[in-house]
Write a protein that binds this ligand. Structure first.
Ligand SMILES: Cc1cc2nc3c(=O)[nH]c(=O)nc-3n(C[C@H](O)[C@H](O)[C@H](O)COP(=O)(O)OP(=O)(O)OC[C@H]3O[C@@H](n4cnc5c(N)ncnc54)[C@H](O)[C@@H]3O)c2cc1C
Length: 329
């Protein structure tokens, strides 16, 4: 059996149980969301004891060297004694500055932070409510813009999106943790064609990345494909068309599965991409949004010649069902 010490109390872990599940099962409140090693909401710090390498995959070196790990995928080997602490040191208080509907189902959430928050456009943060509810959201803003801008899809019955849409008030205090993720523009190859593709609020990071690339003086073509089921799922169309009017190298292509029109193509996202960029060899690409779409498009682009090192992806994994403490079941 492995044991975890948290705030001076020891908690036994069951066989093959993760640190997160073990602590939640025994009533310790640890923020978490996807519980699959992707969203980084459950970051914890090891004060002593051996952390399996699998619990550190995808973490920045600065976090690794300080002992941070992902509690949801941390399954210590039998006999391990681990002393852990939360990731409070990585959190910055944030004030809710505005809530604006971008469409029927997408809310723009703007936050100011109480301390400088260093990030690259397109990365994501964990947003934490005061009671510990945590969800990850990608950054649509550019650092120079001051406020952090998130695009939150309104999920029926959604704990965070529902609260933001109906209960949150301007001036409320939350916290942001991060940033995380490798979906951001790196200058150095200004002529390289760029391909940005996403569905739904997968547009958020792409909107940041495209503007960052343009402001950094990128000269190669930039293709932005935004897909939705129906035209109601598209948003920021005017802003993106304006951007395209100002930059001849920027091509905005909205697409829907049904209900296409003169301005909005109809068809699956990969088909629309193939029609405009049939041979993406030498491109750099970013794929964001629904996890099924991201995985399948990543594979298709790789098979059509795009190098894996030039393929960046953030799959918006949904939250996993809550683990109730034993006594509460
Ligand atoms: C790296 C990363 C970045 C993300 N960036 C964004 C972003 O920029 N914008 C954004 O809107 N979301 C983003 N997400 C998803 C976000 O973190 C939440 O999962 C989402 O907002 C739902 O949270 P909620 O509390 O409103 O709903 P929850 O209370 O978590 O969900 C309510 C119910 O709906 C289900 N559900 C939720 N989402 C889905 C889905 N997509 N497919 C199927 N079932 C679902 C849940 O499993 C649950 O049963 C991101 C996720 C990750 C991992």
């Amino acid at each position: 059996m492995a044991r975890v010490k948290h705030e001076s109390r020891w908690y036994p872990l069951e066989s093959e149980e993760s640190v997160l599940d073990g602590l939640l099962r025994q009533g310790v409140a640890v923020p978490s969301a996807c519980r699959a090693g992707a969203c980084q909401s459950c970051l914890m710090r090891a004060l002593s004891g051996e952390i399996p390498e699998a619990a550190r995959v995808g973490l920045k070196d600065t976090l690794r060297t300080q002992g941070y790990f992902l509690a949801c995928v941390c399954k210590p080997i039998v006999g391990t004694e681990l002393e852990v602490a939360g990731a409070d040191a990585l959190r910055v208080p944030a004030r809710l500055e505005s809530l604006t509907l971008l469409s029927e189902s997408v809310l723009r959430v703007c936050l100011s932070t109480a301390a400088p928050f260093d990030y690259r456009a397109g990365q994501y943060v964990s947003l934490l409510r005061e009671d510990g509810l945590a969800r990850s959201y990608s950054l649509a803003s550019l650092p120079r813009e001051g406020l952090l801008e998130l695009h939150v899809r309104l999920v029926p019955g959604g704990a965070m999106s529902g609260w933001l849409a109906s209960e949150a008030r301007i001036g409320d205090t939350l916290a942001v943790q991060g940033p995380a993720g490798n979906c951001f523009y790196v200058s150095g190859r200004p002529e390289q064609p760029l391909l940005l593709a996403g569905t739904g609020t997968g547009l958020a990071p792409l909107y940041g990345i495209a503007r960052d690339a343009l402001e950094s003086g990128h000269t190669g073509p930039i293709w932005l494909f935004h897909g939705a089921r129906t035209p109601e799922g598209l948003y920021l169309m005017d802003a993106l068309r304006e951007l395209a009017a100002r930059h001849s190298g920027f091509h905005y292509r909205p697409g829907v599965l049904t209900g296409g029109s003169r301005d909005v193509a109809e068809g699956a996202l990969d088909v629309l991409i193939r029609a405009e960029c049939p041979k993406p060899v030498g491109f750099r690409a970013w794929l964001c949004g629904d996890s099924g779409m991201v995985l399948s498009l990543r594979k298709k682009l790789f098979l059509s010649g795009l190098s894996l090192k030039d393929l960046h992806a953030d799959a918006f994994l949904p939250s996993a069902p809550r683990v109730e403490p034993v006594g509460a079941r």
